[in-house]
Design a protein around this ligand. Structure first.
Ligand SMILES: C[S@@+](CC[C@H](N)C(=O)[O-])C[C@H]1O[C@@H](n2cnc3c(N)ncnc32)[C@H](O)[C@@H]1O
Length: 305
């Protein structure tokens, strides 16, 4: 079914009323994007906290309506609901129908990491190649498909370790991609921790898809801390892909969660943010090294004995 798309550009303070008005007028779907995204003023929002919806200073709302909807009638009704609306804030376009799930999936293709590891979209059947270690993934609403440089840095690092018989903790597990990759690479058990309940659901689903659900234990951070305090959570290998701020704050927690001598890696660090983290992590970890991919760096090393 084709659609009529109404685009409405507003200031951040006008967004809630605009979204409510579009909803009241029967919009079938509403998406929000940065109105300045194609200019030099683009504002990046890296990782909102759970339940937060940070927005840009100027927002374009794209609302889909049935293709038969009368444009003039819709514009007039919107003008009544939003008295501040100026005609130049509004535009219309016809949108051809597409298989929306496929559009997303078409951009997510099988990707190799390191020597053996491959990430496959869950709907593509991997070839039977004994030398490949394949993780089949549907990130759902969670972060972690392998397309982001921070994830790629961690996947390559895991691929380079001998994980046979090891336990691995993945802090900030998102889709579960790192924990599941570790299990497929030979780890006996993994722990995934995330403060977003949606991420824990996605991780459990993906673990099931890869036949490793029985070896992955998932925790919210508070429950992980309890397990760590009881001495049940120190891992042979530790990986965390979050952001520099929380990585700095969580360093003592990570130190307690890694066994003496454990290889560890942290990612989600923008190039330029590493020096402070190197100084902080030096208290508990040594053999520190920095690796880069695009604008991002990974710090890896070993837990002091
Ligand atoms: C950048 S994503 C990484 C996902 C996946 N591990 C990967 O490498 O692609 C970071 C994840 O960490 C979670 N996260 C952020 N801050 C956290 C915190 N303080 N405690 C636990 N999880 C956190 C987010 O919800 C998100 O799922």
């Amino acid at each position: 079914m084709p659609f009529l798309e109404l685009s409405l550009t507003v200031r951040v303070g006008q967004q809630p009323a605009a979204e409510e008005a579009l909803d009241d007028l029967g919009a079938l779907a509403i998406t929000l994007r940065d109105a300045d995204a194609e200019t030099a003023d683009e504002q990046a929002i890296f990782e909102p906290g759970v339940g937060e919806l940070p927005l840009w200073p100027t927002i374009t709302l794209n609302a889909l309506f049935d293709a038969q909807t009368d444009r003039r009638g819709l514009a007039a009704a919107l003008g009544e609901l939003l008295p501040w609306l100026e005609p130049e804030q509004l535009s219309f376009a016809d949108v051809a129908d597409q298989d929306w799930e496929r559009v997303w999936m078409d951009q997510f293709v099988p990707m190799p990491f390191g020597r053996r590891l491959w990430i496959y979209p869950w709907n593509i059947e991997p070839p039977a190649a004994a030398e490949q270690v394949v993780v089949r993934l549907d990130p759902g609403l969670a972060f972690g498909s392998g397309t982001h440089p921070t994830t790629a840095l961690c996947l390559e690092w895991l691929d380079g370790l001998d994980l046979a018989g090891r336990t691995v903790t993945d802090f900030g597990c998102g889709s579960g991609i790192l924990a599941i990759a570790a299990l497929k690479l030979g780890a006996t058990a993994a722990i995934g921790v995330d403060n977003d309940p949606q991420a824990l659901i996605a991780s459990a689903d993906n673990a099931g898809r890869n036949g490793v659900a029985g070896r992955l234990t998932l925790f919210l951070p508070q429950d992980f801390s309890c397990a760590a305090a009881a001495g049940n959570a120190a891992a042979d290998v530790f990986v965390a892909n979050i952001l520099a701020g929380p990585l700095g704050e969580l360093a003592p927690t990570f130190a307690a969660a890694a066994k003496p001598g454990a290889p560890f890696a942290i990612s989600g660090i923008l190039d330029g943010q590493q020096d402070e983290l190197l100084a902080r992590y030096g208290e508990w970890f040594d053999q520190l090294r920095v690796d880069r991919r695009e604008d991002w760096v990974r710090i890896s090393g070993r837990r002091l004995r």
